[in-house]
Structures are given as structure tokens and as C-alpha cells.
Write a protein that binds this ligand. Structure first.
Ligand SMILES: *[C@@H]1O[C@H](CO)[C@@H](O)[C@H](O)[C@H]1NC(C)=O
Ligand SMILES: *[C@@H]1O[C@H](CO)[C@@H](O)[C@H](O)[C@H]1NC(C)=O
Ligand SMILES: *[C@@H]1O[C@H](CO)[C@@H](O)[C@H](O)[C@H]1NC(C)=O
Length: 398
């Protein structure tokens, strides 16, 4: 179902079948304006209403299939409905943006009953691909960038080749922070293959101009984000081992580099085997084949993922990339790159750390308030223009 709220943005709530329970307790969603103007946010109440609606619609769908049973056993049908729902996600759709943002919000605990475990089929095409970096090479590279800059912190941004607007917004905002609290910071973008020679030509020109693009020879698709993440790790190992910390950060987020630096320079922050961000715990593996997050049992047999940091932005000590690349030889790849990171970390015996202040890694900020953006480390945004507008407002001298 979908819910329109004016022309600014649309929030689509989607319910998949086969979910045990919905626990949106910590969810605060807001429609984010594209002009950086104050964003209205009545979502908490609205969201509950939406959930009710979604529930009713699901119930109606279910009802139409099992109307007899439901009519006979009026007290039990809703329980059946809940048993049928497997995962819950929210799509944030912006009219101005070239992409939607979809967040996986599966419940924290799902106990699958034996009847719900899907039977293995042999006819389905098995999504198997090799994620280890040794299978790919760099077509665009900046091999000397780190020896020139000697960065303390390097921000690595996976982005699709066509998302020039996102890259330019970052270049003029947090990507342009080259020295923070006396420490050098560097921002680089990682892309896969472009659609054709013309797009490749444009990308090469962009690379000449900005010298901040890394390109590797894998098909750039949502499904292949695990490869992209592993190529980021490989690049850090082979071209930037001198950096102390690195952050994998998505192209549609706000980063407060000042606050990030404060976290990294704090005396208690470990210098090795450290990774932190918005931690996802006990996430069930989506087995619904129609889902964007579907991962087959062949690729990942366990019912739940190990704890992993949400991919919008996680920061780690720069000794980890080498260990993760090593782990990726042993841990079978699957198409949920954040969870795959969790699987590699688990194999290494390294537990992701909770940030000292977890509220600094926020999925959504809600209504725009300057003081919130002064406090956080990272949060998701709606569009490149919004990043530019918010940046201007945050950076202004009061
Ligand atoms: C965003 O999602 C809607 C449906 O939820 C779809 O119709 C639209 O094409 C999507 N837009 C993009 C850019 O993917
Ligand atoms: C980056 O910041 C410098 C000043 O520190 C400024 O001159 C330059 O125009 C900025 N670059 C972009 C792309 O905004
Ligand atoms: C992922 O990348 C590999 C290597 O380029 C390619 O063979 C495969 O088709 C890609 N998969 C998808 C779904 O894009």
C-alpha cells in the first residue's frame, strides 16, 4: 500500500507475507523536503495509522483467500495473518530523487515454525557469485592518493556510475572536508561498470577533473553491492594502509565529520579490530523470493544474520580491511552486503561495537532541526539537493 502526503515525498509501507510480528517500536519516519526547508513530520501518529491500515489490508487479502475459515473462527484469523507476514520494510520515495530508499525493518526475533521453512527447489536460478576481490581489477584508480594526502580518516562512498548529482553534492559538502581537528580526511567514490562507452567516457572525464573515482570491472547493480563493498576493502588494503580509520558511507547520507573525528580521537576508541555504526542485531534472513533482500538457503543457511552495522555508514579501524578480505575467501558471498560484513566479522571473531552515543548514527532525523544535525555523526537524507541545503544551514555562523 502507499500513502501520499503532498508533493514533497511519498512514504510507501510494504508488507510482505510470512512475518511473525511487527515491532516498529523505534521507528521515527519523516518526509524530508528537497529544499532543506523545515520538514513537516507527523509521522509517529501517521505511522501507527498506516500500520493499522497495512494490517487491515493484509487481513483483507488474507480474508479473501481464507474467508470460510476466518468466518468460522473469527477469533483466530488475525493470528494467521501475523504468521504469514515475514518481513517488513519501508520505501521512502522522493519525487525529485533518482532513487528510492528502502530500509529493511524485519522484526528482531522471528522463530520460524517448521512449516514456514521453504522447501529447496532446484529449478530456481541460484544467485551465486564470487565476491572475493581477486576476481576484479581497477579500471579507474588513484594509487598514489593516500601517499600524497596521508589521511587519518578515509571516507569510501559506493555509488552508481550515473549518480553524478550525488557525487557533486558530496564534493561540495562533507567530501570537501580535507582537514578536521588537524587531521587529514579524504573522500573517494567506488563505482562498477557503466552501461556503455559514452557513460564510460563521461566517467573518465569526471575522474580527470576530480581525481576521486575508483572503478572496478563488475556489473554495477544492487545485487552486486557485496562485490562493491569488498572492492572498497581491497582498495584500502592495497592503496591506503597508512590511514588510521576508514568509513564506508552511502551516497545519500549526511556526515558530520567533526563529530566523527571527535569519536575517533577519543582516548577510549580502539585503534584495532574496531567497527561501529547503527547496529542491526538478530535480523532474520529474508526467504521470500519476491523480496529485494531474498537470500537463498544455499547462500546463507542460518535463519538469522550475525550483528552487523547498517550500511548507511560504518566506521572501522583500518587494520580490518585486510582481515575482511581474508575472511571473504572463506565466507560464501551473498547479496546483502551489510549482513555479509557481519558474517565476515563473525568468522574473524570480531564483534561490532556500539557507538558511545548510539543516537549519533540515526537512520532518520525527522523534522529538520539544525541542532540535531550539529549533534549526529550520520543520518539518511532524501536527495543531493537536501544535503547541500542542510549543509549550508548547519555550517552557517549563527
Ligand atoms: C520508487 O518506488 C515506486 C513504487 O514504490 C516505483 O513506482 C518507482 O519507479 C520507484 N522509483 C525509482 C526511481 O526506483
Ligand atoms: C571546497 O572548499 C574550498 C575551501 O576550503 C573551496 O574553495 C572549494 O570551492 C570547495 N569545493 C567545492 C567543490 O565546493
Ligand atoms: C554481478 O557482477 C558479476 C561480475 O561482473 C556479473 O557477472 C553478474 O552478472 C552481476 N550480477 C548482477 C545481478 O548484476
Amino acid at each position: 500500500m502507499s500513502w501520499s502526503r503532498g508533493s514533497r515525498g511519498r512514504i510507501v509501507i510494504a508488507l510482505e507475507r510470512n512475518m511473525k510480528a511487527i515491532q516498529p517500536s523505534s521507528l521515527h519516519l519523516c518526509s524530508l523536503g528537497r529544499d532543506g526547508a523545515p520538514h513537516r513530520c507527523h509521522i509517529k501518529a501517521g505511522f501507527i495509522l498506516l500500520l493499522t491500515w497495512a494490517f487491515l489490508l493484509t487481513a483483507i487479502g488474507f480474508f479473501s483467500q481464507f474467508s470460510l475459515k476466518a468466518a468460522v473462527l473469527p477469533g483466530t484469523w488475525y493470528k494467521e495473518v501475523l504468521n504469514q507476514i515475514h518481513s517488513f520494510y519501508v520505501v521512502i520515495e522522493y519525487p525529485s530523487a533518482s532513487r528510492n530508499r528502502t530500509i529493511f525493518l524485519a522484526p528482531n526475533s522471528v522463530q520460524q515454525s517448521p512449516t514456514q521453512i521453504p522447501t529447496k527447489t532446484t529449478d530456481m536460478s541460484v544467485h551465486y557469485h564470487i565476491d572475493h576481490p581477486s576476481n576484479y581489477h581497477f579500471m579507474l584508480d588513484e594509487p598514489d592518493k593516500c601517499s600524497q594526502w596521508d589521511p587519518f580518516l578515509i571516507l569510501m562512498v559506493p555509488v552508481a556510475p550515473h549518480q553524478l548529482d550525488a557525487r557533486n553534492a558530496i564534493r561540495s559538502t562533507w567530501g570537501n572536508e580535507s582537514s578536521v581537528q588537524g587531521k587529514a580526511v579524504l573522500t573517494l567514490f567506488m563505482v562498477g561498470l557503466t552501461g556503455g562507452p559514452e557513460a564510460q567516457q563521461q566517467l573518465e572525464e569526471e575522474s580527470q577533473q576530480h581525481r576521486d573515482l575508483l572503478q572496478s570491472n563488475f556489473v554495477d547493480s544492487y545485487f552486486n553491492l557485496t562485490i562493491k563493498t569488498m572492492m572498497i576493502m581491497d582498495w584500502l588494503v592495497t592503496r591506503c594502509s597508512q590511514a588510521s580509520y576508514a568509513m564506508k558511507v552511502d551516497s545519500d547520507v549526511y556526515i558530520n565529520v567533526e563529530n566523527l573525528m571527535t569519536l575517533l580521537l577519543a582516548p577510549n576508541t580502539p585503534r584495532e579490530n574496531y567497527i561501529t555504526g547503527h547496529l542491526m542485531r538478530d535480523r532474520p534472513v529474508v526467504r521470500n523470493k519476491n523480496s529485494k533482500w531474498y537470500v537463498s538457503e544455499e547462500l546463507y543457511p542460518e535463519p538469522k544474520y550475525p550483528t552487523y552495522p547498517l550500511g548507511m555508514g560504518y566506521v572501522f579501524s583500518n587494520d580490518l580491511p585486510e582481515k575482511i578480505v581474508e575472511a571473504s575467501k572463506k565466507v560464501k558471498g551473498f547479496n546483502n552486503e551489510d549482513a555479509y560484513m557481519g558474517a565476515c566479522l563473525k568468522w574473524l571473531g570480531i564483534a561490532p561495537s556500539s557507538p558511545p552515543d548510539p543516537s549519533q548514527f540515526r537512520v532518520y532525523m525527522g523534522q529538520y532541526k539544525r541542532e540535531n544535525f550539529l549533534r549526529v555523526i550520520t543520518t539518511l537524507l532524501g536527495s543531493p539537493q537536501q544535503l547541500i541545503d542542510i549543509w549550508k544551514d548547519v555550517k552557517r555562523l549563527t
